[in-house]
Design a protein around this ligand. Structure first.
Ligand SMILES: [Zn+2]
Length: 446
């Protein structure tokens, strides 16, 4: 009898769920059979905190969360759990892109919500399980907030979204505060504003009001900068996150000391700069099979970026050419800042609607490799893309494989500590304990 009632509840719940999701694309995740638990055994486990990996570890998922993790002898596998032998595999927390944009494409072939969901699924396809959108457009802000409210349950079938909504802005401090208040009312996860270093910038009294008002509302604040002087001014006024690298000069010991003292986080966004100049010719990576995993989305932009007209425009663009040098400076500063022990998060600026060629998914993987090439160890890069990314962006219950956190993880068929490019060797991606069903295993990288 009880069993019958339970079945009925499951059936009814299933119907409600099916009705509720009618407006969305078909599900792309598979929760464990019967809602039961899953146990990975014999896995190398990198937990995202920076601690040494567990070599033959067990990780148990129950109710969408990490239930237990540790050396085999210390973890009890619940009866009836689905066991997955992960010998030779490495489990890492799902990657966090702490500077993304989830913008609807101006010529999206599908409704806004569907367009945003297919983008979140593309992130997941590359192992990115959480994205922090530092700037919506008017066309997608409302849907972004909705999606953010709908992800707090087991069995998610897309990457998580934490959105800042539109950038905070104002002509006066009062307007700036009103702009923050509006975002706070919409439950923005954090606040973002710009100091571009141009005459159109808000004055200091106005942008500092954004920081002050955000803190009054309990929100962290990220600032877009290019110049060290602007980063320094924002740090002096209490900003929490420097959302791009400092790229005009060597980062100074004073700025580093202030970042440390005030616990300010740093997001280098190296691939953002690559995207500014690389389409002056046809980059090799467009032919990379790993890039082409994203072709269902990327092919909406590739033809335009490979026309002679586009490439000519980039070659003649002063900013694009200047950015080559800026990137070199940014890479140098990243190493200095990493050595100083500042909290660093991985971020790419991918997905911005107004700037094509910033590939959601692929560029996060390239970013990891570029960060490593500046001299950060593979472990440091992984921590930036997991535990520290969560810390910096104020994300709860993701980023590390600690009991109680969401089971957002990537199973890799090779060890990323041997070679950072092994983060591309994706065997499966799990979000809220559900295996993402449209992620095909990667068998080799170039
Ligand atoms: Zn951005």
């Amino acid at each position: 009898m009880i069993r019958h009632i339970l079945r009925l509840i499951v059936l009814v719940a299933g119907t409600v769920l099916a009705t509720a999701t009618l407006a969305s694309p078909p599900a792309a995740a598979q929760a464990p059979a019967g809602g039961g638990s899953v146990a990975f055994t014999n896995a190398r486990i990198i937990d995202g905190t920076g601690r040494a990996p567990i070599d033959r570890g067990t990780l148990v998922i129950a109710n969408g969360r990490v239930a237990a993790v540790g050396p085999a002898a210390s973890v009890m596998i619940p009866a009836g759990a689905q066991r997955i032998d992960a010998a030779g595999k490495t489990i890492v927390p799902g990657f966090i892109n702490a500077h993304a944009h989830l913008n609807v494409s101006p010529n999206a072939p599908v409704p806004v919500r569907e367009d945003l969901i297919r983008r979140l699924r593309m992130y997941a396809n590359y192992g990115v399980t959480s994205t922090v959108s530092l700037g919506s457009t008017r066309a997608d802000e409302a849907e972004g907030f909705k999606l953010m409210q709908e992800q707090d349950h087991p069995g998610l079938d897309r990457a998580r979204l934490y959105t800042a909504g539109l950038n905070a802005v104002g002509k006066t401090p009062e307007e700036a505060r009103a702009s923050v208040d509006r975002l706070a009312d919409l439950h923005a996860h954090l606040i973002k504003f710009h100091i571009n270093g141009t005459p159109n910038d808000m004055n200091e009294a106005t942008w500092s009001a954004i920081i002050d008002e955000s803190h009054k509302k309990g929100l962290r604040v990220a600032v877009h900068i290019f110049y060290q002087k602007d980063a320094k001014a924002a740090i002096d006024h209490g900003v929490d996150i420097i959302a791009h690298g400092i790229r005009d000069e060597d980062v100074s010991p004073e700025v580093i000391a202030e970042m440390k003292r005030k616990n300010v986080g740093y997001i280098p966004t190296l691939t953002r700069d690559v995207a500014v100049y690389v389409y002056e010719s046809t980059p090799d990576f467009l032919k990379d099979p790993f890039f082409q995993r994203g072709s269902s989305l990327y092919n909406e932009q590739v033809p335009m970026l490979t026309t002679p007209e586009w490439q000519d425009k980039v070659r003649k663009d002063a900013t694009a050419q200047m950015t080559k040098k800026a990137l070199v400076q940014g890479e140098k500063n990243l190493k200095t800042i990493s050595d100083a022990g500042i909290t660093i998060a991985m971020g790419t600026d991918s997905g911005v609607a107004s700037n094509p060629g910033r590939w959601q998914g692929y560029f996060e993987q390239v970013e990891l490799e570029m960060m490593n090439k500046t001299g950060m160890s593979a472990m440091k890069v992984i921590v930036a893309a997991t535990g520290d990314g969560a810390k910096l962006a104020g994300l709860k219950q993701v980023g590390t494989l600690a009991p109680g956190n969401w089971a957002d993880l990537v199973v890799l068929s090779a060890n990323p500590l041997d070679n950072i490019r092994n983060t591309r060797m994706i065997e499966s991606v799990w979000i809220g304990g559900a295996k993402q069903t449209n992620v095909t295993p990667v068998t080799q990288t170039r």
